[in-house]
Ligand binder design. Structure first.
Ligand code: GLN
Length: 304
């Protein structure tokens, strides 16, 4: 497959697409990002690289990091994990409180905010130095030793994280948060603040295209079955109340973040990251989704 040709053709088509999205501003540090940024990076399982535009600019990966925290928690906790969080699509916004009350404090899945907060709680119980141990896990699976949290963004989100604080308090009242609320929230905001370029993001997620083996360390990050299940969760829950539409249009498992990034996986072929900061009404990158839709249409290849 000539990915270079397809990326060039799709980005050309995108030039004439009007971007109706808006940059996230509920985290004040995110609102200062240049809205016109656009980058793509595709890494194949044979370590071939194809990119376009601002593929080497760092951006805030936000909720995309929830897949990485889920991967580590699943590795440590095994099937017990599913007693604390479900695997069903929520059909609601990423920060919704609605289902949590009727579901007795058990979040629908690990990729909405409530679920990711429970995963943070689980990691805090397991890890000696949660922030340090977690970032080391990310560096190991990506083969990139410079990946870091951004304290400026974490602090900025902490200052206005009212909904997330509401979510954790509700879950604590149901007994589904075991550690101190402030400690869990500090870890959660740091998790969301991780910065990567499109190149780094596609490289980091390649282990989910290789059935759980890091192509860099050649070590098994997750069992084949766990890797399949993480992809299944992304397919059904990676885009909140737009997960069905993403699946319909793109046909790959993926995950978005309010920083405007999206990563999508084609098992046994590639991992692709797109970044465009303007978000649609569902909080997903407007142009990012359009790029991936056109990309899988032109390559005539998806998991379906
Ligand atoms: N840090 C963001 C939040 O908790 C992540 C949301 C997202 O990327 N969808 O609101």
């Amino acid at each position: 497959m000539n990915y270079k040709r397809v990326i060039t053709s799709v980005t050309k088509q995108l030039e004439s697409t009007k971007d109706n999205g808006k940059v996230a501003n509920y985290i004040s540090e995110l609102s200062s990002v240049d809205p016109s940024k656009f980058g793509v990076h595709l890494t194949t399982i044979n370590n071939k690289h194809f990119n376009f535009g601002d593929a080497n600019d760092k951006f805030s990966i936000q909720s995309i990091a929830k897949v990485l925290s889920l991967s580590l928690a699943y590795k440590l906790e095994n099937e017990k994990l599913w007693k604390r969080v479900g695997v069903e699509p929520s059909g609601t916004a990423f920060n919704s409180l609605i289902q949590l009350e009727t579901d007795l404090g058990i979040p629908r899945n690990p990729l909405i905010n409530a679920g990711a907060i429970v995963i943070c709680d689980i990691l805090i119980t397991h890890l000696e130095n949660p922030k340090k141990d977690f970032i080391e896990f990310v560096r190991e699976i990506s083969g990139i030793s410079t990946i870091e949290y951004c304290s400026r963004i974490a602090e900025s989100e902490k200052a206005t994280g009212y909904r997330n604080t509401a979510l954790i308090n509700l879950m604590k009242s149901f007994g589904n948060i075991k550690n101190d609320i402030d400690v869990v929230m500090d870890f959660y905001f740091n998790l969301c603040s991780i910065e990567m370029t499109c190149k780094e993001l596609s490289q980091t997620f390649l282990f989910l295209a290789t059935y759980g083996v890091s192509p860099y360390s050649e070590e098994r990050v997750l069992s084949k079955s766990k890797s399949k299940r993480i992809n299944a969760i992304m397919q059904l829950c990676g885009f909140y109340d737009e997960a069905g539409e993403f699946s319909f249009k793109v046909g790959l498992p993926g995950k978005s973040g309010v920083g405007g990034g999206i990563v999508a996986i084609y098992p046994s072929k590639y991992s692709v990251a797109v970044w465009s900061p303007k978000l649609n009404k569902k909080g997903n990158s407007f142009k990012g989704i359009r790029f991936l839709e056109l990309f899988t249409t032109e390559t005539e290849a998806s998991i379906f």
